[in-house]
Design a protein around this ligand. Sequence first.
Ligand code: EPZ
Length: 432
Amino acid sequence: MQKYVIHGGKPLSGTVSISGAKNAAVAIIPAALLVDGVCRIENIPQISDVTLILRILQELGAGVHLVNRHTVEIDSRHIASFRVPDQLSRKMRASYYLIGSLLGRFGRAMVSMPGGCDLGTRPIDLHLKSFQALGAEVSVESGYVHATAPNGRLHGAGIYMDQASVGATMNAMLAAVRADGTTTIENAAKEPHIVDLANFLNTMGADITGAGTDVIRVRGVKSLHGGAYSIIPDQIEAGTYLAAVTAAGGDVVIQNVIPKHLDCITAKLEEMGVQVEEYGDSVRVVRRGALRRTNIKTMPYPGFPTDMQPQIAACLCLAEGTSVINEGIWENRYRYVSEFRRLGAHIQVDGKIAVIEGVERLTGASLRACDLRAGAAMVVAGLAAEGTTEIGCIHYIERGYEKLVEKLQGLGADIRVVDVPEEDGQQADQAG
Ligand code: EPZ
């Protein structure tokens, strides 16, 4: 087991490059199961969630060839199994994309109910309703989702999402892409990774229009062919570096981003007194003076992303005045608050609302990551805090951030990884 040790209170400077988007990669890699040919997927992030989903594809019988650290070739032509090994799929929330992909490929899927970061109840009823709308019979038995299309074929249908769910929208697309006829997904989620999945599938011969709007139309095709595709940069990784500079101060250029995807984050940072300049595929963030308070409400894209809520909270702990956060997506995304209080933050939580009274300084303490973004937020807070901050359970953070320590060291941060005795650590349980 390992932990991060940060000597904080130093401004950041230099250039950092953003990796491929985790939440696009964990959908696009299973989508390769639908393809009758070799898919070359570029710009995959080197993170543990990607390693896990690639392992699951290998267990299913797909050929997985790592061309280099960020490029993989997947050949699913010879897989014969629609059953996903329980011990692997339970480790990550995104294993639900295997249901849509296998159902779309074989007309049949058997996947363990997904795990995931503990952010609330995290149901998958909307996913299952979508499969049923496409004609599948769905049941949950002994911890497994069983989905079967009678006669092996799904048919196009109208699907209305009661809630704009990212996962259910992408899963409906995966199941519908090779179905007979046309599927219309209304009240679809609009996150950048939804557009990325549609672009990937279209590159392989699918016929999907409207991704990025709230109505997506999928005209079923008989088969998909191989091809090459490059994953978009990670909006949330970029946002986390924006937050790090906001909290610790400094002047940093963040490269390999799509600035448009960051607008929902940069708008709030500018309200807080941070300067953000946009270029073609980079942004420069400068924070020198005091931070001003603001209010945040997390919403589906293009609203402020829930996956940036803990990191922005770290910044607001140091802003002048009182800020209010309203978590609009998950019911349990304030588990980091007790850890932030150890740094001297003043935060009160009541249900989905957090009220933060800014303090002049945070002081280092020993913390424990409790999920991916909470852990990232502890790093952001630790970079700003005076003295030494230690963060344990970093396996959560490494699920979603490629080379976080090296990238921060490149910006002048004093952060390093230290081994801890096994008994002081905590085993990874589930991931989301
Ligand atoms: C995705 O989760 C992301 N995960 C999450 O990122 C992210 O927080 C979330 O979208 C929202 O942006 C992946 O992409 C792997 P949802 P997902 O379905 O798809 C309710 C991270 O840190 N809902 O959009 O599971 C649900 O309870 C992770 O990178 C249902 O009620 O989220 C929630 O309130 C954590 N029934 C809301 O919808 C369903 O069947 C949005 O969830 C599905 C969802």
